[in-house]
Design a binder for this molecule. Sequence first.
Ligand code: ATP
Ligand code: MG
Length: 406
Amino acid sequence: MLRLSTFPIQTLKSRPNVSDNESTGILLQWWYIRQEMAGVYNFLPMGLRVLRNIENIVRAEMDNAGYHETLMAVISGKESWDKTGRWDMDVMFHVPAHGNKEYSINPTNEETVVPMMKEFLQSYKNYPTCVYHIQKKFRNEKRAKSGLLRGREFLMKDAYSFHIDESEFSEFYENAKVVYKRIFERLGVGADTYETVADGGDFTDKYSHEFQTVLPIGEDEIYICKWCQLGHNKEIVEGDFVCTSCWSLEYDLKQASEVGNIFPLETKFSKAFELEYLDGENKKIDKVLMGCYGIGISRLMGVIAEYSITDKGIAWPESIAPATHYIIVIGEDNLDIATKLAEELESQWKTVVLDDRMGRKFGFGQKAGDCELWGIPNRIVFSPKTLEQGGYELLERGEKSSIVKL
Ligand code: ATP
Ligand code: MG
């Protein structure tokens, strides 16, 4: 449990003015994050809890779908990047090392995952497979923007799949969309997150697919079909427009933020690293298809914060709130009984913030206000008044408060 008495909250008196969005100001003011420099943030206990909750939902769904978790290196050598011709990508941070060497601080991990997996993928029997990791990425973005939405250091889930059969790849790719939809549903943004057809970039002649959450501060513009709800990124609509799933010509144009995307990589990276396998007749085959599947974990925290702003603070969806329960303790004498309930709740997999701050400054009004600001969905009060009525007061989000007898 998080005891507020032992980690004094350094909330700021006034809200920092972040020109292009409101939620970053709240995240800074209310002890979630602190800025290290432009586009780089430290996560404080409340913020880290939200970030971890997002991460754990993503992890649970990836594991459930049969993706295998790994943790790949953050830095890598120039040789791998020379093989794919990406050493000079403009977003790449380079660091000097001993012996006139240079390393990259990885903006993405194709150059790590293919050499790593090559060792295991030598027979047709090893396919298909998919690995992922959840790790910081580093990109020298020209402009860091909108707080956590476009950072120079950020947390991403990236997965990479390997296939030897086109139709099996297509099936896997389509299933990734289903997994992503479930993730965004669980994160509370499912209703406003659209599968969006986008450019395949350098990787493929095919389209890629983004998952875009409609948000006024989002950087992208997407057309959403009024009938089938499929989105098209404005980038490709202005090039050559296809109506890939229905023939309707009625679209809404919306501002949105890309919270995830999936790409068919075809053989771009497998060929660069000479990934080959032996087929059933012991013949060497050099055609391994790959897909990659990204989710911006820290961007999602910023997106969901902006999406969940109320006049009181941020009403986090229950699945990712910093805690499920906030226990207000009024009066030192009631601390033991409140702690006991907190322990009991945590033994039932709930998470608790115990507001055990004492003293004149920390009256009921202050504590109740903080609970609302942090968007914690269930509030419990232990005070002389509630105990006189035989128990504690429980206030669940959207409900009326009631006394729960002990
Ligand atoms: P964008 O189009 O926003 O620049 P991208 O297409 O380069 O992102 P990927 O490299 O595929 O994205 O990264 C996967 C996910 O990581 C993105 O969908 C996005 O949610 C997140 N992401 C990408 N760049 C950043 C960044 N600079 N800061 C925070 N999150 C990011
Ligand atoms: Mg993109």
